[in-house]
Design a protein around this ligand. Structure first.
Ligand code: OAD
Length: 234
């Protein structure tokens, strides 16, 4: 019987909330060069350009609301914990739509758009509006050190010890709306499978990692996720 659930979400879960995916034909990395926007080197050489990109995404998030997939995953978490099961939702998304939907056991392995971090003192603060190079840190009071609290290419994702512990202990691993192209998340299904878990993929289409999964449910996240959750909690 499935006791421990590990859910991994990607940008496909937020697509129907109006937030772009990355690698679809109209995705963010089809329109913008990630090397210029999502690397420590880009921030070191053109910080204003990097801030402008994330400031625009933060403004876009203000207009977005959770869709039926986010809401169903929050329902699943409540139902699963009430039955005494284990539950962890790891998201690659930097939006907070899972939290807005009511999810509580959420890990943002690629960081959070609504947070900023001071590179001078290390403090993490909430970021509701624009971050600029003139903005002083609320902790050390210095300007020029604040950056988006986002994991860029070449940086280590967050909470990896907790994630691998839970992956190795889970009975069911479910990947939702992710292309399975960015490591380490792309390798999670293999880790879970080797540890004995069943693996389910929910996606609009086949992905590079589909062959690793035991089962696939194809469709829009807003339909396929609530249908799967209904099957899980009856
Ligand atoms: P991708 O753009 O690579 O993949 C999005 C996936 O969602 C694709 O497999 C689509 O088929 C699927 N999809 C799109 N719309 C969907 C819908 N309505 N319902 C279900 N599935 C849908 O995005 P991610 O896999 O999230 O990292 O990308 C992973 C990481 O790459 C991101 O976190 C980001 C990016 O570079 C960083 O910025 C560090």
């Amino acid at each position: 019987m499935t006791q421990s659930l590990f859910i991994l979400t990607g940008s496909g879960v937020s697509a129907e909330s109006g937030l772009g995916t990355f690698r679809d034909t109209d995705g963010l990395w089809a329109k913008f060069d990630w090397r210029e926007l999502a690397t420590p080197e880009a921030f070191a050489s053109k910080p204003e350009q990097v801030h402008a990109f994330y400031n625009a995404r933060r403004a876009g998030l203000k207009k977005a609301s959770p869709n039926a997939a986010h809401l169903a995953l929050a329902d699943l978490e409540r139902a699963w914990l009430a039955r005494g099961g284990e539950f962890l939702l790891v998201t690659q998304n930097v939006d907070d739509l899972h939290e807005q939907a009511g999810s509580e056991r959420v890990v943002h392995m690629h960081g959070e758009l609504k947070k900023m971090r001071c590179e001078l003192c290390g403090e993490v603060h909430e970021a509701f509006d624009e971050i600029t190079m003139d903005l002083p840190c609320l902790n050390c009071r210095e300007a020029g050190g604040l950056r988006p609290h986002i994991v860029w290419f070449g940086e280590m994702p967050m909470e990896m010890d907790l994630i691998y512990d839970q992956l190795e202990a889970c009975d069911l691993f479910v990947a939702i709306g992710t292309s399975g192209t960015v490591y380490p998340a792309a390798g999670f299904s293999q880790v879970a499978k080797q540890a004995g878990a069943r693996c389910l993929e929910i996606n609009l289409e086949e992905t590079d990692t589909s062959p690793l999964f035991d089962e696939a449910r194809k469709g829009l996240a807003s339909q396929a996720v609530p249908a799967w959750v209904a099957d899980m909690v009856g």
